[in-house]
Ligand binder design. Sequence first.
Ligand code: ADP
Ligand code: DP6
Ligand code: CO
Length: 364
Amino acid sequence: MPTQVTVSAPVNIAVVKYWGKRDTSLLLPTNSSLSLTLSQDDLRSTTTVRIDALFNKDRLWLNGKEEDATANKRMVRVVQELRAVRKELQNKDSSLEALDEQKMHICSENNFPTAAGLASSASGFAALTFGIAHALGIADKISTADLSRLARQGSGSACRSLFGGFVAWNMGINPDGSDSVAEQVADEKHWPDMEALVLVASDARKDTPSTAGMQLTIETSDLLRERIANVVPQRMSDIKTAIVNKNYDAFAEHTMRDSNQFHAVCLDTFPPITYLNDVSRAVIHLVTAYNNLFTEKSDNAASSKKGYRAAYTFDAGPNAVLYVRREHVPEILAIVNATFPAPADADKQTYLGRAAQYVGQEDK
Ligand code: ADP
Ligand code: DP6
Ligand code: CO
């Protein structure tokens, strides 16, 4: 009997960025990272997996176009690993019929721009891993941590999309990657008025894919070494405390500083990588000017009181994500839309400023 399942997975947008691998085959990072998983109702990948004895090879369609499934090494690896887990389980569990020779067709769609710095590889590989596990009938026999470990081998950031809420990916130290796992720092109900506004400045595919970009950074950037050794460990600890205490000011400052440093590291790569464009920089200046309205000035800069209203972060692309509190969303959207009026023919889904993504969920 053929089996077919459809699943979806949300994107996650990091506030402490992963950028750099210490092991490119197991996808082990050079630093820990932390992200918020957005609501599945908003940016998501939807993936259908069909396993059928009639199929003669594994095939993949992405956004309606067939890709070369064998050339996609990461996908091949995730599929192989899941088949191996299935084999192990079917040896132990006689209720699982043998599926060893059966091929699969995978069809996935993103409801947001692909490869544009909005974490499509994260939701994409999370959905792929989860979908295959379901189609193989083993999703309920594998822990979420193990699914996350498998998804990591498709795309590092994908390991965080298996969990909701605030998620840390601990870099780990074991050479086999067994301790390089994602874990929830706080669930999606923890900070219910936290929202993400996704501002799409461009839906074009980026010139430098994340994998290639971070590899060049590892090879050439001195600043990355400073970041890994002296910045991220303390920031991970500080931002976790800010999240646990719902301290928005501390959360916002770390988020913006980390995004700035990540893009500084990209510029320190040689030749340099520039993911931000003029619109991205205008968003940074707008958010800074807006936040300054709520900062109490004092003669002593160190004692001036911060009252952040918005925190920007940019992944490997020009598109901004603003983490803001719900009460400020209407005002911030009004300012953004007044500053960046959408062209008349703009696609409603993707022009700057209109997509409000709920992260926190109010108690029902
Ligand atoms: P992004 O910033 O969008 O994560 P990346 O360069 O990290 O960009 O990854 C983009 C790549 O991720 C795509 O070229 C494709 O190989 C893979 N990808 C994106 N969406 C999916 C999906 N839904 N299913 C499988 N793979 C996907
Ligand atoms: C800037 O997870 O896309 O979004 O592991 O090579 O697939 P690969 O890279 P990817 O890198 C994400 C980089 C980032 C920051 C982050 O999500 O932590
Ligand atoms: Co990615």
